[in-house]
Design a protein around this ligand. Structure first.
Ligand code: KG4
Ligand code: ZN
Length: 331
């Protein structure tokens, strides 16, 4: 089954074609980063307008790259939430319109579920139970997936998401938006113990909290703006503490859940330090780890098509009055 996946939950206009749930035939991502950069973050209204402008050309390009025309597509999957409601609505409306015009089955997909399914695109034989850490600009979720569609959230962030902490500190450091990739790049040249920062443990629970370490980093920055050596050390130190907590808590949960597969995905899973430390920790604990390649960790249509294919082949259909839901829950 050839599924067209559409993703417009935030600032990437994305479409992809996936064959039989696992084979990525195309993956087109039109980033709006340049548009939002001068505002230092995503402006929801501008994001919606840009999605309206870009979505149909992006879908055309996804079909063309896959060597297909729309008549060959057999199902549609679209991100229904969580995300920016106006941005989501553009994708949902487009999917519904195509579904009606082409008489195709369509299904709305949870964005976080999509991030998990990026792992199935990388390695089709992911075995259950899965313990997933989904870290993005809006989330730091620790999730047990016992089967397709069966989720339990063990912990999440009480305040800032991991990516949000990176983005906010990066912005104060003058690194622009989005800050995560810049912190990653700059931190490679810095001393990870150069700037003392608290370990954001939020107690022994599986919940995360990144607002305290963000504030500590902002305070440490004062008086050092423009000092390149300090900025490098701060980037490296912030990554060290955030990654250490993500790895510790995830491995702690794994000791209880005893998963067959560990999955780390979402935009922050593109971070080189997190990838390296998670690989080392899982190897030491003899846990199988799947971290999709960076391009499938950040928002994309392929992960939505993969998750949608699973639901469509199980017979699930969304009604034509499906609405976007900004705080859609995974459970
Ligand atoms: O999943 P995603 O593309 O969008 C959301 O659903 O939020 O994640 C975007 C987040 C941003 O906060 C961005 O700064 C972060 O992922 N990010 C990174 C890296 N690449 C993207 N954070 C740290 N290191 C990276 N290499
Ligand atoms: Zn995302």
């Amino acid at each position: 089954m050839l599924v067209l996946g559409i993703e417009t939950s935030c600032d990437e206009t994305a479409a992809a074609v996936v064959a039989d749930g696992f084979v990525l035939r195309s993956n087109v991502i039109a980033s709006q980063v340049a548009l939002h950069r001068r505002f230092g973050g995503v402006v929801p209204e501008l994001a919606s307008r840009k999605h309206i402008e870009r979505l149909l050309p992006v879908i055309d390009e996804a079909l063309e790259t896959a060597g297909l025309n729309i008549a060959q597509i057999e199902g549609l999957a679209v991100t229904r939430g969580p995300g920016l409601v106006g941005a989501l609505t553009v994708g949902v409306a487009a999917a519904k319109a195509i579904a009606v015009a082409r008489e195709l089955p369509f299904v709305g997909v949870n964005h976080i579920e999509g991030h998990i399914y990026a792992a199935f695109l990388s390695e089709p034989d992911v075995a259950f139970p899965v313990l997933a850490l989904i870290v993005s600009g809006a989330h730091a979720d620790l999730i047990v997936m016992r089967d397709h569609g069966d989720y339990e959230i063990l912990g999440r962030s009480r305040d800032d998401a991991a990516g949000e902490a990176f983005d906010k500190v990066a912005r104060a450091m003058g690194l622009g938006y989005p800050g995560g990739p810049e912190i990653d790049r700059l931190g490679k040249e810095g001393n990870p113990r150069g700037v003392p920062l608290p370990l954001p443990m939020a107690g022994e629970s599986w919940e995360f909290s990144f607002s305290g370490v963000k504030t500590a980093a902002l305070r440490a920055l004062r008086g050092h703006e423009g000092d390149t050596a300090f900025l490098r050390d701060l980037a490296a130190s912030l990554q060290r503490v955030i990654v250490e907590v993500l790895v510790r808590k995830t491995l702690g949960a794994a000791a209880v859940v005893r998963p067959k597969t560990m999955v780390v995905a979402g935009g922050v899973a593109a971070n080189s330090r997190l990838r390296r430390e998670m690989e080392q920790a899982c190897a030491a604990a003899k846990l199988r780890l799947v971290i999709p390649p960076p391009i499938l960790c950040t928002d994309n249509g392929g992960m939505i098509a993969a998750a949608g294919w699973r639901r469509l082949t199980a017979g699930e259909r969304s009604p034509l009055n499906l609405a976007a839901e900004s705080d859609l829950s995974l459970e």
